[in-house]
Write a protein that binds this ligand. Structure first.
Ligand code: SIN
Length: 280
């Protein structure tokens, strides 16, 4: 089966909903089709699934090798599944700012597979922004300005001993002693799976342009971020029991809304390994 034979409905803003597949029982052709659809659309949403943790792992392994996140706590008994959890008495959520997973790695994660496990009565939506469209809709002058630029990404300021999470009520995400070297990626990458150009900087992990200070970098970074956040290119995923989202971390950003204080939310995330990124 090729991607076009899957039942794909484009979603408002970004991504596609895939209908009539059982993620626990895919043919090899369906897996290949889903991987290509992921590269092409950036975000795939599935409703009405009932994946066990074992089936979640099996699905991820069929899409790509698993890249275990070194900061998130693991789901009990499943070291490759990251727990994305907020309890009723916590104020801080995980992923509550625009980002793409693992851009701080030399070989950033290809994708993530997120399964809803326990949802608040309302709220807790996840926003996804389309970075193919963000690049395509930049004006010619900005495209010329960022052509050939590279940017430095890091995670210390978020997950380090003195990072953002250390100051919150989720301090276990701040990992002293975990190696977090900075890494450099092109600002406009050639997507390894689709061949299309993608804007590859993000507000959470991009520190500065290579060869420039953060202060020198911020005006252009802020301009790119404001453009990329345009809500006409953002999809709001309202989770339901049985929803699974698979996103491509090179082609999208995401943002977990933190608007359900007093309620519990638990998601299980598996991150898929990627590769070094080349300039478009
Ligand atoms: C994340 O992976 O950043 C969390 C997304 C979510 O909890 O909706």
């Amino acid at each position: 089966m090729i991607a076009t034979q899957l039942r794909l409905d484009p979603l408002p803003g970004c991504g596609a909903r895939v209908k009539a597949v059982n993620l626990a029982d895919l043919t090899d052709a369906e897996v290949d089709g889903l991987r290509q659809a992921l590269f092409d659309h950036g975000l795939l949403i599935f409703r009405g699934q009932s994946l066990t943790p074992e089936q979640h792992i099996a699905l991820a392994e069929r899409l790509a090798p698993i890249d275990v996140n070194r900061f998130f706590p693991a789901a009990p008994g499943y070291p490759v599944i990251a727990k994305v959890e907020k309890t009723a008495d916590q104020m801080t959520n995980i992923g509550g700012g625009w980002h793409t997973d693992h851009s701080y790695d030399a070989e950033p994660a290809m994708g993530s597979v997120l399964v809803a496990r326990d949802l608040p009565p309302s709220g807790g939506d996840t926003l996804f922004a389309d970075m193919y469209a963000a690049y395509d809709t930049l004006d010619a002058e900005t495209k010329a300005q960022i052509a050939g630029l590279r940017a430095v990404h890091g995670s210390d300021h978020v997950f380090g001993e003195k990072g953002v999470y250390a100051q919150t009520d989720q301090p276990e995400l701040a990992k002293g002693g975990v190696e977090t070297p900075e890494t450099v990626h092109p600002v406009v990458i050639r997507h390894p799976g689709s061949g299309k150009s993608v804007l590859y900087v993000n507000p959470s992990f991009t520190l500065r342009f290579e060869g420039m200070t953060r202060e020198e970098s911020m005006p252009l970074l802020m301009k790119l971020y404001a453009h990329a956040m345009d809500m006409s290119r953002v999809h709001t995923l309202v989770w339901e029991p049985g929803t699974v989202a698979i996103w491509d971390n090179r082609a999208t950003w995401h943002f977990a809304k933190n608007d359900y204080h007093g309620h519990y939310r638990l998601m299980h995330r598996i991150t898929l390994a990627g590769c070094a990124l080349e300039a478009a």
